[in-house]
Design a protein around this ligand. Structure first.
Ligand code: NAP
Length: 282
């Protein structure tokens, strides 16, 4: 039976420290502030943003949501970002993913000031991660690393297999794992014979967004399994990419969905915001 890696409990430890730092900043006259831009009415994004705002409040951060219609013009979105960049009271800016399809995501990532880019997606910040000099921690990848650390999972010499090659998850996570001396394989939708890779993984990270894609037979006995996927089941409940009941008896450690990677991702965002405020404070 695998040990359950409890992201809610692990995130509590990170958030307690964020609250301590936010209080110290407030005592010095700086209120840490995060601006979240939500374009469109995607129901999942609404829930994610609500969680972020609630947790900002819990951690002494002043969070504001800027709601925009799904058909917002790119120039209007860039004008809002320019205003937030110029506002000295705002320390962190985040555009909730996924963006409306007509928005040029690269242009938006470039528009957010790198010193307020608490999602760490600006090319400058992505470059700093690849040079092992992160300005901000990338949310989901750093959340996964913190969770593994809290459970004492060593990375050096381990084979980590990541199913995801995006700028948000797979690429920065591969870099963080390489920096910790893991051997990393990155898989994606064109990978031939995915199971031949997953069965080699000492640490398997699944972030495809495909319900029950990973069966127990695809997991090496004793592997550490991190399930990033968030999928809606036919009954409306959430579940990951990993078939939990088949995999849990095979793995040594496993994350639940929900309550695994998600809370850690949000905790990193809060940590980045307080870090940005500390840097900006007089
Ligand atoms: P995405 O942009 O759709 O990327 C999915 C990645 O998985 C892509 O690299 C894709 O390959 C790969 N993939 C898809 N189907 C595959 C298959 N059958 N075999 C192998 N690889 C496959 O999605 P995302 O935004 O990265 O999110 C992925 C999942 O993680 C979603 O369920 C999302 O909700 C969840 N998520 C959770 C958190 C959290 O904090 N818990 C944070 C971020 C994302 P290609 O590149 O070839 O298309």
């Amino acid at each position: 039976m695998a040990v359950l890696m409890d992201g809610t409990a692990a995130a509590r430890t990170v958030k307690d420290e964020v609250l301590r730092r936010a209080r110290a900043l407030r005592e010095r006259g700086t209120v840490p502030r995060l601006a979240v831009i939500l374009a469109g009415d995607d129901p999942a994004s609404e829930i994610y943003v609500k969680h972020k705002m609630r947790e900002c409040g819990e951690c002494g951060i002043d969070g504001t949501t800027h709601r925009l219609p799904g058909d917002i013009r790119q120039d209007e979105l860039l004008a809002l970002i320019a205003g937030l960049n110029a506002d000295p009271e705002i320390h962190g800016i985040l555009l909730q993913h996924p963006y409306p399809p007509h928005i040029d995501s690269f242009a938006v990532r470039c528009a957010i000031s790198p010193v307020k880019d608490v999602d760490s997606l600006h090319p400058e910040n992505a470059g700093l991660i690849s040079h092992d000099r992160p300005r901000f921690l990338p949310g989901t990848p750093a959340g996964i690393m913190m969770l593994l650390d809290q459970y004492g999972v060593a990375l050096s010499g381990k084979h980590c297999v990541i199913i995801n090659r995006t700028h948000i998850v797979g690429k920065p996570l591969a870099q963080l794992m390489l920096a910790r001396d893991a051997t990393v394989t990155v898989c994606h939708s064109r990978t031939a014979d995915l199971a031949s890779f997953t069965r080699q993984a000492d640490i398997l990270i699944c972030a495809a967004g495909r319900l029950r894609m990973i069966s127990g037979a695809m997991v090496k006995p004793g592997a550490v399994v991190v399930d990033v996927g968030v999928n809606k089941k036919p009954d409306g409940k959430l579940a990951g990419d990993v078939c939990f009941e088949e995999t849990e008896p095979v793995a040594s450690y496993i994350t639940p969905v929900p309550g695994g990677v998600g809370p850690m991702t949000r905790a990193v965002l809060l940590e980045n915001t307080v870090r940005a405020a500390e840097r900006a404070a007089p």
